[in-house]
Design a protein around this ligand. Structure first.
Ligand SMILES: Cc1cc2nc3c(=O)[nH]c(=O)nc-3n(C[C@H](O)[C@H](O)[C@H](O)COP(=O)(O)O)c2cc1C
Length: 140
């Protein structure tokens, strides 16, 4: 299966999550991209997309929203999974971003996984790998 992982990050959690997933998916055809230096055109053709974004002002990052808005998925039965990290409060990220993903004909394959930390620069809490393993089991 061709899997593209796309992340945004400021303090590193999004990258850590994505690299862990990449390691676990060593038997698949996986590519990992930072939204900061990727054009949506380069990520076409995968069977599954995994997105990871921090929550900013209650939403996905502007960069991630712009990226997803410009996605042009041409296949059928293309799936996605979404992971967010945040410090608390109301999270509207999944709703908003998921509407955009749906508009781009991507099908939600698994419940969105959310990691909460105490302070915005804090690392992921202990046991995050287990949560990601569960996420992967549902999606692959
Ligand atoms: C400008 C800014 C705005 C933020 N707004 C929110 C917010 O509205 N709600 C929230 O739960 N966390 C908010 N955060 C915290 C981030 O979601 C948190 O730091 C995130 O886990 C960072 O992920 P990263 O390590 O991948 O950069 C904000 C952080 C920044 C820098």
């Amino acid at each position: 299966m061709r899997i593209n992982i796309i992340y945004d990050t400021k303090y590193g959690k999004g990258e850590k999550i994505s690299k862990y997933l990449e390691d676990q998916l060593e038997n698949e055809n996986v590519k990992i991209f930072s939204v900061k230096d990727t054009d949506p055109d380069y990520i076409r053709g995968a069977d599954l997309y995994i997105f990871s974004t921090p929550v900013k002002k209650g939403k996905a990052t502007k960069r991630m929203k712009k990226f997803v808005k410009n996605l042009d998925i041409d296949g059928v039965d293309v799936n996605y999974g979404l992971i967010t990290t945040h410090v608390g409060g109301k999270i509207s990220t999944p709703d908003e971003l998921e509407k955009m993903l749906k508009k781009n004909k991507l099908q939600k394959k698994v419940d969105t996984l959310t990691f909460k930390v105490e302070k915005k620069k804090d690392p992921l809490e202990k046991g995050y790998e287990k949560e990601l393993d569960k996420f992967l089991k549902q999606i692959i």
